[in-house]
Design a protein around this ligand. Structure first.
Ligand code: IPE
Ligand code: IPE
Ligand code: MG
Length: 248
């Protein structure tokens, strides 16, 4: 396996887990079998990221737009999510993982919200990796909710329009308190963001792989991390400036 520099790991890794349906269809299997296999990949990646010492892992599990899929697929995904969350709680407790959710939780079935509340409460004091699931999540919807929240504060008189700055807006998002992702991985060969973390991805390094999510392995994860470690993040500055600050 590729050698990784443990001092240069992403503080926050985000993943668009895509290609479950195609993985199944290529094997003449129902799409839901792809989602089931994808859930196994999730467990592997969560364990690996936590073992490597990555501080934050955020997984795009269900988008605002995914509600428009055929009803049986949506229902099957919710059943799978319920099963996954029940299983995962034990493992999160064992691995000192703190659970977190972003997205429009009001749209999720009450039963799932109950399990989520339980997992949030039981892992709240864990000090290891923060595992964030994006559920019923859309970046535009999140920014819109934040804008509405800020508008309400201005209308109530508790905030002045001039006090609205980047920090305040970031703090009104679902991701308040999380660092921006350093690396985004998307599987299945699609090269788009699909409404994921629009604000937070401003300076994230992007990594795309053709591999479908159920086939994603530890080796693939290491490959993505090694690629990340070879990049120079300039944040608008010149390469010379970056090399200068690295030396000091
Ligand atoms: C990703 O796999 C999982 C979800 C979006 C829920 P897809 O279901 O999008 O798989 P493809 O893209 O159709 O292959
Ligand atoms: C993005 O994948 C959402 C998740 C991985 C949960 P999609 O499969 O929904 O994205 P598009 O529709 O191909 O852009
Ligand atoms: Mg897809």
């Amino acid at each position: 396996m590729m050698e990784l520099d443990p001092t240069k790991l992403p503080r926050h890794l985000a993943i668009i887990m895509d290609g479950n349906g195609r993985w199944a269809q290529q094997r003449m299997l129902p799409r839901i079998v792809g989602h089931q296999r994808g859930a196994e990949t999730v467990q592997m990646v969560v364990d690996q990221a936590s073992n490597l010492g990555i501080g934050h892992l955020t997984l795009f599990a269900f988008s605002s737009e995914n509600w428009s899929r055929p009803k049986p697929e949506v229902r099957a995904l919710m059943t799978l999510l319920k099963k996954y969350l029940r299983n995962e709680l034990r493992r999160m407790l064992r691995n000192n993982i703190r659970f977190n959710v972003i997205g429009a939780r009001d749209d999720l079935p009450p039963e799932i919200n109950g399990i989520i509340d339980d997992a949030l409460a039981q892992t709240a004091t864990n000090s290891g990796m923060v595992l964030t699931l994006a559920l019923s999540y859309g970046g535009r919807q999140e920014i819109t909710r934040a804008a509405a929240r800020i508008a309400r504060q201005v209308a109530e008189g508790s905030l002045l329009p001039d006090q609205v700055n980047e920090e305040l807006l970031a703090g009104a998002l679902d991701t308040a308190g999380l660092p921006d992702p350093d690396l985004l991985i998307r599987t299945s060969g699609e090269m788009r963001i699909s409404n994921f973390l629009l604000w937070q991805l401003a300076y994230t390094e992007l990594y795309f792989t053709e591999i479908n999510w159920p086939d994603f392995t530890i080796v693939e994860l290491h490959r993505a991390l090694a690629d990340f470690q070879s990049r120079e993040r300039r944040f608008g500055k010149t390469s010379a400036q970056i090399r200068l600050t690295q030396r000091s």
